[in-house]
Design a protein around this ligand. Structure first.
Ligand code: DX5
Ligand code: ZN
Length: 217
């Protein structure tokens, strides 16, 4: 079964209540929350006060994607904002192993995110500690970018790494960026478990139906 995590980056922040209500009613499995600091990525999105509001309004788990430098500084604050999953970028974190343990000790699921240019091999000595790997299929920072096809090869090699270690079902693969019905189908075929989608969902006149289409992949 494909899981879907719609990205609120493409929601209407003037009507966030309405958009979160829609996600609560929809088949979305979780809500993807993109936090950007203007340093790790060339954009700034939103921070903890907005996350707290999202937590109050949402009835589904929060999948928090931190595009910030040194994310280990914020483990407890992210937990206090209700995150179920804390995604940190391998490229932004010097002591990845330590921070992964801190995330789990704080009671959240730990996920490591890789930029398009970071090889999957980087995870071979930490994969067993991870609940999820998030592969970026665009360079992080903006919604509505074009899917980078090479990510499919990365999904396949990560699938092999996970399955060969006996971690199937324990360590999941999420993919983020440029996901639509076509790229989503290719990603699922390559071995992705969870599809993040922003523009594809929120640009549709019927976002609930768009989510249902991704769920059916
Ligand atoms: C990009 C973010 C993504 C983005 C996805 O930096 O991490 O989650 O919102 O948006 P789409 O699906 O529009 O590419
Ligand atoms: Zn994201």
């Amino acid at each position: 079964m494909t899981l879907v995590s719609p990205s609120l980056l493409s929601a209407d922040f003037g009507q966030l209540d309405r958009d979160i209500d829609m996600l609560n009613r929809s088949q979305a499995d979780m809500l993807h929350i993109d936090v950007m600091d203007g340093v790790f990525v060339p954009n700034i999105s939103f921070g903890f006060p907005v996350m707290k509001f999202i937590e109050r309004a949402a009835s589904k788990p929060l999948d928090v994607h931190l595009m910030i430098v040194d994310p280990g500084r914020y483990v407890n604050q992210v937990r206090d904002c209700g995150a179920a999953i804390m995604n940190i970028h391998a490229e932004a974190c010097t002591h990845l192993h330590r921070v992964v343990q801190q995330i789990k000790q704080a009671g959240m699921k730990a996920a490591v995110t890789l930029n398009p240019s970071t090889p999957v091999m980087m995870l071979q000595d930490i994969i067993e500690d991870l609940d999820m790997v998030l592969l970026m299929s665009v360079n992080p920072g903006f919604a509505a970018q074009k899917f980078i096809t090479h990510t499919l090869a990365k999904v396949k090699s990560l699938r092999e790494m996970i399955d060969s270690r006996g971690l199937t079902g324990q360590t999941t693969i999420e993919i983020d960026g440029g996901i639509n019905l076509q790229t989503g189908a290719l990603a699922v075929e390559a071995g992705a478990d969870i599809l993040v989608a922003g523009n594809y969902v929120f640009a549709d006149q019927d976002p609930e139906a768009a989510i249902a289409r991704l769920k059916a992949l």
